[in-house]
Ligand binder design. Structure first.
Ligand code: TYM
Length: 341
């Protein structure tokens, strides 16, 4: 009789920042939908609210606290099941900041300076603090802490995953194999970048897009309809996917396709000979029917703060069990003594 324990499931991990009052449809389609699909497969899923990362954007403390809880509630409303997935707040696990320091010391200044998200934010005039500069190394720590094999994110995070892989490989070269797991990105091409409705050349972003360009998961039905009906398109009348020449229409097709599961080529056939108005009306109804139940579920969750606290405490406990083991291994490998107390 074999006494072998079953092999542990490969781990997946991802996080979102609580930097605005609600997640938007880009977060939902680009990441959250995949999180939910993956938790139902053969994975050990860890999902967290990246509230340490959110400190890089100056925010009123009470607002940050509220948004952190709301983001956690939105994960659950979107289908993350705290029984099957480990759901926690980044700030509950002190080891993240500790491992981030080790990652900082393994990253060259020039390498960090090449991060396009950092460069874009500085170019747009964001008052950059050092936290924004070292942001990718905290993200690397989040991932490497849990030996994550896959990281489901949108396209905009690809470069951060590359630097994470580089840091892990460097760690293993310097300190020995078996140190850190080198993670793979999990990015679905078709839905990885949802664009701003008012400026379809730019990604939909909670911190950069104007309200009219954002479809928030907290928006009322009428706001969602209004924003979609006034989305920027082009001077032609043909419903066709061309992300460069027809960025606005292509974005609407991608949203439709992601939420209904209908392929874009099939949608092009369906809308052949019909105007943009028809496409917009249909997309509006599809988005409303996705967001409305989500909004209700979120309101219920926020109505029961004790239950949300319980879920987050339970998740933090499970996450900490893994984090202390990784941090002990890292401390030993880099030459720091075990913690005295
Ligand atoms: P954040 O909070 O900016 O975005 C959360 C997730 O949503 C995806 N996303 C999009 N996908 C498609 N279209 C869009 N317009 C769009 N906007 C955002 C992002 O790719 C992301 O998956 N650095 C991360 C948070 C983070 C993290 C981590 C992620 C911190 N530590 C560790 C993974 C692993 C971020 O800022 O995501």
């Amino acid at each position: 009789m074999s006494t072998d324990a079953p092999a542990p499931l490969p781990r997946i991990l991802s996080g979102m920042q609580p930097t605005s009052d609600s997640l938007h449809l880009g977060n939902y389609i680009g990441a959250l939908v995949n999180w939910v699909t993956l938790q139902d497969k053969e994975f050990d899923a860890f999902y967290f609210v990246a509230n340490l990362h959110a400190l890089t954007v100056p925010t009123d403390p009470a607002v940050l606290r509220r948004r952190t809880r709301e983001t956690a509630a939105q994960f659950i409303a979107g289908g993350v099941d705290p029984k099957r997935s480990t759901l926690f707040l980044q700030s509950d696990i002190a080891e993240h900041a500790e491992l981030a320091w080790v990652c900082n010391c393994l990253t060259q200044f020039g390498e960090a300076s090449r991060m396009t998200q950092f460069k874009d934010k500085v170019a747009k005039g964001q008052n950059a603090n050092v936290g924004l500069f070292t942001y990718p190394m905290l993200m690397a720590a989040d991932i490497l802490m849990y030996d994550a094999a896959y990281v489901p994110v949108g396209e905009d995070q690809r470069q951060h995953l590359e630097i994470t892989r580089d840091v892990a490989e460097r760690f293993n070269t310097r300190f020995g194999e078996g140190g850190l797991v080198v993670p793979e990105p999990y990015i679905l091409k078709e839905s990885a970048k949802i664009m701003d409705l008012t400026d379809p050349e730019s990604k939909m972003s909670g911190t950069n897009s104007p309200d009219k360009g954002l479809l928030l998961l907290s928006d009322t039905d009428s706001r969602l309809r209004k924003k979609i009906m006034s989305a920027v398109t082009d001077a032609e009348a043909e419903v066709r996917y061309d992300s460069e020449a027809k960025a606005g229409v292509s974005n609407l097709l991608v949203i439709h396709s992601a939420l209904t599961g209908t392929r874009v080529e099939e949608l092009e056939r369906t809308y052949a000979g019909r105007g943009y108005g028809d496409l917009k009306k249909d997309v509006a109804e599809i988005v409303v029917s996705t967001v409305a139940p989500f909004r209700e579920r979120m309101a219920e969750l926020l109505d029961d703060p004790a239950e949300l606290d319980r879920i987050l405490a339970d998740g933090a406990g499970r996450a900490r069990e893994v984090a202390v083991v990784t941090m002990a291994r890292v401390r030993e490998m880099v030459g720091l003594p075990p913690r005295a107390v």
